[in-house]
Design a protein around this ligand. Structure first.
Ligand code: SAM
Length: 351
């Protein structure tokens, strides 16, 4: 079993059988070794540093109808809001004062945030905070839109591929959504010059060892700067409301495996992991994650960005969220850092 971990580390590759063995094993010693190897790898690339990104959830409107997501357009009970430009700038101002040097603007696919408006927002943030990285996570847009936002000053873009299997994708999304289009978007983001993040939910309905192996192979070949994975958590009033949630244990093992496959990748310990386990994010770090994303969104809208049920961190001010995150990380022997936290290969670029 230890050989498998050594092989993955050396080859930066994993076979379907090795993956199944590592995800299925009940041997505690194997899991301990996996965690140790992942953490050693992360420490070698980034030391004990954990990067903090300030997350601003700009809109809960979405034109898409993903079967798993609480913000899907058919969810009539979802509470919708969108932040004004000034709301977003206030979040940044607050975040900057708290030490954040990356702002992540995430939202549903909301037509109100068209290119004109988004470029204005991005260029204003860029002008006011030249030392900060701007990350966008606004879903599928045109190549021209990605370019315009990049030229306006955005540096990074998160777009989870969701699954590397077109057949699996079709079971998670309505027919009008296309796996190929999502993959094309990722390619276009990369070609535009962004630091790009892909990723997937762990334990999404109909996921198998085969689809997971395809995900890891896609990630290896795409070579993203960031990978976002977190457990699937059902959302009420969606077609998957009664489906079981993804496993914390499997998510942790996959974080470790991804760290071994891409030693320098920026890997968040996600809110979804923290939602399913009180120490989920700390465990994520101990299995190789090196990014956390405290929430900077206005308190009055927090609970309405409800992509899944029982989401944590919906009742605290940004300052509390930051302090809590820092405390948790220090408690396990790591250090939160407030610099931009670029991928090793992008040092000094993209400002
Ligand atoms: N609209 C943008 C997009 O499509 O990339 C960003 C927002 S979207 C809500 C962000 C991510 O949330 C998705 O990529 C998906 O993986 C995750 N997500 C959605 N519903 C979820 C659920 N029920 N459980 C866990 N993660 C979920």
């Amino acid at each position: 079993m230890m050989d498998i971990i050594g092989h993955i580390r050396e080859r930066r590759d994993i076979t379907r059988e090795e993956l199944e063995t590592l995800l299925a094993t009940k041997e505690e010693e194997t899991v301990r070794q996996l965690r140790k190897a992942a953490r050693e790898t992360a420490d070698k690339a980034y030391g004990k540093k954990i990067f903090m990104r300030g997350l601003i959830e700009i809109s809960s409107y979405c034109k898409n109808d993903c079967l798993y997501c609480g913000l899907r357009r058919s969810n009539r009970t979802a509470v919708r809001y969108r932040l004004s430009d000034d709301d977003i700038y206030s979040c940044c101002e607050n975040g900057y004062g708290l030490g954040f040097r990356t702002f992540v603007l995430q939202g549903g696919e909301d037509g109100h945030f068209d290119d004109e408006r988004m470029c204005r927002i991005v260029s204003t943030i860029r002008e006011r905070y030249p030392d900060c990285a701007i990350t966008l996570s606004l879903g599928e847009r045109s190549r021209e839109s990605y370019r315009a936002l990049y030229n306006a000053g955005a540096n990074r873009y998160l777009l989870r591929h969701e699954t590397a299997s077109p057949e699996h994708y079709a079971l998670l999304h309505p027919a009008e959504m296309s796996w190929q289009h999502r993959m094309d978007c990722l390619q276009e983001l990369k070609e535009t010059g962004y630091q790009v993040g892909c990723g997937f939910m762990v334990g999404s309905p109909y996921q198998t060892f085969d689809t997971l192996h395809a995900d890891l192979q896609f990630i290896r070949s795409f070579g993203p700067q960031m990978v976002g994975i977190g457990p699937f958590i059902p959302a009420h009033d969606t077609p998957f409301a009664e489906m079981p949630n993804g496993s914390v244990e499997t998510t942790l093992r996959l974080l470790a495996i991804i760290r071994l496959l891409l030693p320098e990748v920026l890997l968040p310990a996600t809110t979804a992991l923290g939602t399913l386990h009180p120490q989920g994010r700390e465990l994520g770090i101990q299995f190789g994650a090196n990014v956390v994303m405290p929430n900077l969104s206005p308190l009055e809208h927090r609970k309405d960005y409800a992509i899944y049920d029982h989401k944590i961190c919906t009742g605290e001010e940004a300052a509390e969220c930051r302090a809590c995150t820092e405390f948790r990380i220090r408690n396990i022997g790591y250090e939160t850092v407030v610099d931009r936290g670029d991928h090793c290969s992008f040092k000094g670029e993209g400002l």
